[in-house]
Design a protein around this ligand. Structure first.
Ligand code: FES
Length: 490
């Protein structure tokens, strides 16, 4: 009788069989031989990643839409307890493990398994399949760090669903989104409870989603870019006199009369809105010269002597127990930057564009260059999936879901960043519960750039008389003990 060994099966058949396997079994198969190792690193087998669940023995790997929207409360609580036990253990390296209760050591070993799994994924799997990954759910992870998220995001440029609920990530996690179109496929972003997130992340997000705005007038954006690259005019020429409105000239004169001449006048400008796209291009080139985003194009800056009018919010911040000195600490300005749209418009506000150096624009820079990835494994296993293309010129700003619930550092400036470059035309769900520093003006600005917003899924602080006040949902954090809310403790 003739027998057939499994290794004689055609690759397509083997791949089809692999589709029925859990991530754990796939990893085991990958250890059989180098041919199987290559095959298990086929992108279509790793579309949806749930490392936090997998570390706890739940090997679901379908799309996130099929999951319950509200995770089981007991499950969330046990994860939080595990995280707490792990952090305590991690903080005290000299801990005597013999003192740990059995429950604690189980929690710690689960968290350690999660960390190991994340590291393995980043170093062994994602370099091969990253461009095929569509969803990553890291909600309630106790071990994921900003560095890990940064690595994951730079390896997964076609991500459409990212859930970082209640993790400890900071703005630096999103550095790879600091270039135009870097997260062009993103549709769902959940940052609920990520308290360290600030406007910087929203700036990067807005840039990464791409730009829907095309220049008006006869000058095409590409022409402007070519001109900037070719001609000597240093980037300062962007700020040439003919771009400056009469209002700015008056403002400059006032500044010099007030004795502010020591401040280099070339750093203080109000930008003509129609020229902002060019400035953003230049900021992108600046980043390619390894300068941080904020070094190239900074946030709107309060001018010396311009008084901030956000005392109301500051009082509220104090009352709710959140750090009132956040602005001073974070921005280090004498008169703190409040971030409110009302405080940062008109003559008081300007963009500071001092970080750009002509020499930092690399020759031959291009924007929107299409990058095609066909390899599904480092060994050369080919996987010609059309979805694997990374075309950064495909700017659609597809974001449909955004939750910043409990991100209390976010201000109107972050909301403004999202409303720029064409806004968020597909956004349906927006949760800004617990964003204590935003105002009705910032909300209005964003909402006017989100035509698809569904009021039923639009949440913000009950104390703000903002847009759609009659139909929008209220703050979701009222009864929540662990997320920011101006009414916590009432
Ligand atoms: Fe104001 Fe929750 S943030 S009611």
């Amino acid at each position: 009788p003739c027998s057939t060994h499994i290794s004689q099966l055609p690759t397509e058949v083997l791949l089809r069989l692999f589709r029925y396997l859990s991530p754990e079994d796939l990893c085991r198969c990958g250890q059989v031989c180098s041919a199987w190792s290559n095959l298990t690193k086929t992108g279509s087998l790793w579309r949806h990643l749930y490392p936090v669940r997998w570390a706890r023995g739940d090997y679901y790997n379908g799309p996130p839409d099929n999951l319950d929207h509200e995770p089981n409360e007991d499950w969330v609580r046990s994860l939080q307890e595990e995280g707490k036990a792990y952090q305590e253990w991690d903080e005290d390296a000299d801990v005597d493990e013999s003192d740990e209760t059995c429950e604690e050591s189980l929690a710690i070993s689960t968290a350690q398994r999660e960390k190991k799994l994340l590291n393995g994924m980043i170093h062994n799997l994602l370099p091969a399949v990253g461009s095929s990954v569509r969803s990553i759910v890291l909600a309630y992870s106790a071990t994921v760090s900003s560095k890990m998220v940064r690595q994951i995001l730079s390896l997964c440029p076609n991500l459409s669903h990212l859930d970082l609920t209640q993790t400890d990530v900071t703005d630096s996690a999103f550095d790879s989104w600091s270039s135009l179109g870097a997260c062009h496929s993103l549709e769902h972003l959940d940052l609920s409870g990520c308290e360290k997130i600030s406007d910087h992340t929203l700036k990067k997000l807005s840039l990464g989603l791409g730009d829907l705005v095309t220049p008006t007038g006869s000058e095409k954006r590409s022409d402007l870019r070519a001109k900037l690259l070719k001609s000597p005019p240093s980037p300062v020429s962007l700020l040439a006199e003919h771009f400056v409105s009469p209002k700015v000239k008056i403002y400059k004169e006032r500044l010099s009369k007030l004795g502010s001449a020591s401040r280099s006048p070339s750093q203080v400008w109000v930008l003509d809105a129609s020229r902002l796209a060019d400035i953003e291009d230049a900021a992108e080139w600046n980043q390619r010269g390894d300068l941080a985003l904020t070094g190239g194009l900074s946030f709107v800056e309060m001018q010396p002597g311009a008084l901030c009018c956000c005392s109301r919010s500051r009082r509220r911040t104090l009352r709710t127990g959140f750090s009132a000195s956040y602005w001073q600490q974070h921005y280090g300005f004498g008169e703190a930057l409040c971030g409110h749209a009302t405080c940062c418009t008109g003559e008081k506000a300007s963009n500071t564009f001092g970080g750009l150096h002509h020499g930092s624009i690399p020759a031959g820079s291009h924007v929107g260059g299409a990058e095609f990835r066909t390899k599904c494994s480092s060994e050369g296993q080919s996987c010609l999936e059309p979805d694997n293309r990374t075309d950064r010129s495909d700017a659609r700003r597809r974001l449909r879901f955004l939750s910043l619930s409990g991100c209390y550092q976010v201000t109107d400036l972050g909301l403004r960043a999202l409303s720029q470059r064409g806004g968020l035309p597909l956004l349906e769900h927006l949760n800004l519960s617990g964003c204590l520093l935003i105002t009705e003006v910032g909300l209005q600005e964003l909402v006017s750039a989100c035509p698809a917003l569904n009021d039923e899924h639009f949440y913000y602080c009950d104390n703000i008389n903002g847009p759609h006040a009659d139909t929008a949902s209220g703050c979701q954090n009222l009864q929540c003990g662990f997320r920011a809310c101006c009414r916590s403790g009432e």
